[in-house]
Design a protein around this ligand. Sequence first.
Ligand code: HOZ
Length: 429
Amino acid sequence: MNREKSEQIFAEAQQVLVGGVNSPVRAFKSVGGAPIVMARGEGAMLFDVDGNAYIDYVGSWGPLILGHAHPEVVPALNHALSQGTSFGTSTEVEVKLAQKITSAFPGMDQIRFVNSGTEATMSALRLARAFTKRDKIIKFDGGYHGHADLLLVQAGSGVATLGLPDSPGVPHSATQDTISVSFNDLDVVKEIFNQHPDQIAAIIVEPVAGNMGLILPEPNFLSGLKKITKTNDALLIFDEVMTGYRVAYGGAQTKFDIQPDLTCLGKVIGGGLPVGAYAGRKEIMSQLAPLGSVYQAGTLSGNPLAMTAGLTTIGLIEQDDIYDRLETLTQALTQGLRDSAKRAGMPVEVNQIGSMFNLFFSETPVKNYEQAKATQHQHYTLFFQSMLDQGIYLPPSPFETWFMSLAHTDQHIEQTLDAAKLAFYNLTN
Ligand code: HOZ
């Protein structure tokens, strides 16, 4: 595969962009080789600047549930664009999107739009601390909630990919109230509550962990967190930036029937444009300015382009059969990967829920960050490179989630499984 132009652009990029990228995982550090410079996307496909085509399972890290450049999203955006890009005022489209989202998530009375998942989680935690008048928060090892200071403790995603335990530049004072514990371990959460009575404001959790690879909650884990927070007058915050509209229309909270106190969203609700949101019961949300005294603001919050892309996208995934279709496609691929690895004699664990999935090179199930870190990353690197050479674009890190879109077809899956067959064969021979 000729990638001359891509390599040339990346060489230039390294002169002017830090590490040649604007977000660390994109630098391919953990899988080697130069990142591919993409020129355009269409449906399930990405095309690089040299004209090579790839079946895309990154989907811009989750938002593109309809695939790239969807024929209904693009005209809607073109129209919105023609009306002006940003007003810094109220708009009708933000109200429509707010109505749509709050009616999909049970117990969500009000929502505040922001511009990224990072903003959503840090603002939700500020609100939770104000509401409970407590400072401490619990997160989970390998859980990634963006890069706000208070959350860069044992974080997943790029932090895990680059093997950074925590980040320099984050003062101790910013993280002294952040307690990070093992995902799927209820006993340790109970223990922390016993050690710090009346001090814990909230637990923040990705209900399905998506930034240490994909890790599903054990059967009683989420209901256990709900019970513990309720008993201790703390708040339960679901970070559904990835899982919202992905594992079900109403997110993981609908799928598992657990109502959190606050929810953070992003990705799908912006249809591929920058967005984030946090939402919850009126009693909590009304503490935010201008109704209450908890401050948070943003010039581009509720940006009409992002709101339009989100509203159009969500409008197209409203029916139940959409999720059945996504699940069927995803299961065909994940089961095919398991079968193919087995035939090649390569032990793998393929985790899946809705249209989110990933593959760990591991002989045993992967249920937390420690176990994810112990999987065979070298195997992932070789697998990734072989798939890339065969025109399949996977996340360039074993700690990220793969995403299926509605633009993927049986033919894409067949082609992916053919490539995987060779990639597994290369690994074992
Ligand atoms: N941390 C992001 C995914 N979990 C990666 C974002 C990017 O590199 O675009």
